[in-house]
Design a binder for this molecule. Structure first.
Ligand code: GRG
Length: 293
């Protein structure tokens, strides 16, 4: 399996779906605040790897390939939440960044109030998209998706993790605390993307648990890699400034473990993620395996 081709194909499908959903058809144009819609579109359609929606689709595919597209509305919901988090994270009150995905951040391109509202509106759009899961998916599963999404994005997940992260600035924290912070701030959405895909495609308890655990390990590997790229990457390729962790005196995996130790920890997390896929024989889980590698 060629991962690059798979990613391009899935990115195109996700972007087509995001473009359709953000067209906001059905709302009379005189009711739409165009500046807000422009700001939402600017960030939602402005690039990015589309990792979380691709994970949702790939997890659904690992259960039942012909059910993968049932997961598209939820996949797009995950991207809406992710995009809102980036817009808010870049604000002057948070990281105060000017560059994201190689372009001016939302508040630089528009203004702070518009950026806050664009984030808020993307968050609520995510719940609407959850409700657009095809009607043949059992209602009980859709209800579970709402709970999963709320827990992953809210106080027990991403927003809670962001708060812990802000409080930890300029404090000395332990490696265990760092893992907890990132497990919530970044890991929760990644785990939720995987678990939701499994549920939408009708996975049994064991399969759902395995794909959720895969998401947990992948989230850890992703965060360690992100910390490493902040030291070793280049701004051009990443589309955002490097060295920001050092500048903001942030606790990171390389600071705790050294560069080699952090690389090893990422490799171990990838090995664990791959082990979670052992009961998925054949080609169906190959995209998830390749993504982890
Ligand atoms: C402000 C509510 C609120 C939450 C902020 C997740 C988060 C919490 C902020 C995002 C900022 C950040 C740098 C998080 C670390 C995780 C990370 C590297 C996110 C970027 O994700 P990618 O690499 O980005 O998937 P693309 O651009 O490819 O979508």
């Amino acid at each position: 399996m060629e991962l690059a081709n798979y990613l391009v194909e899935r990115q195109t499908q996700v972007e087509d779906a995001l473009t359709r959903f953000i067209a906001l058809d059905g709302i009379p144009s005189e009711l739409l605040p165009l500046r807000l819609v422009d700001a939402m579109r600017y960030s939602l359609l402005g690039g990015g790897k589309r990792l979380r929606p691709i994970l949702t689709l790939a997890a659904a595919e690992a259960i039942q390939p012909d059910r993968a597209m049932d997961a598209m509305p939820f996949a797009c919901a995950m991207e809406c939440i992710h995009t809102y988090s980036l817009i808010h994270d870049d604000l002057p009150a948070m990281d105060d960044d000017d560059l994201r995905r190689g372009r001016p951040t939302n508040h630089v391109q528009f203004d702070e109030a518009t950026a806050i509202l664009a984030g808020d509106a993307l968050l609520t759009l995510a719940f609407e998209l959850c409700g657009r899961t095809p009607e043949h998916v059992p209602t009980g599963i859709v209800l579970k998706l709402v709970t999963l999404l709320s827990q992953a994005a809210g106080v027990s997940g991403m927003v809670g993790g962001q708060m812990l992260d802000l409080q930890a600035e300029h404090q000395s924290i332990t490696l265990a605390q760092l893992k907890t912070i990132h497990g919530s701030k970044t890991g929760a959405l990644i785990r939720c993307s995987c678990e939701a895909g499994a549920r939408i495609a009708g996975g049994d308890t064991q399969q759902v648990a395995s794909l959720s655990a895969y998401g947990t390990w992948l989230g850890l590997a992703f965060q360690i890699r992100d910390d490493l790229l902040d030291v070793l990457g280049d701004t051009q390729k990443l589309g955002k400034p490097i060295g920001s962790d050092e500048k903001n005196d942030k606790a990171t995996y390389p600071k705790f473990l050294g560069l080699d130790g952090a690389k090893q920890a990422a490799e171990q997390a990838v090995t664990q993620a791959l082990e979670c896929l052992e009961n998925f024989p054949g080609q169906r889980a190959e995209p998830l395996r390749e993504l982890a590698r």
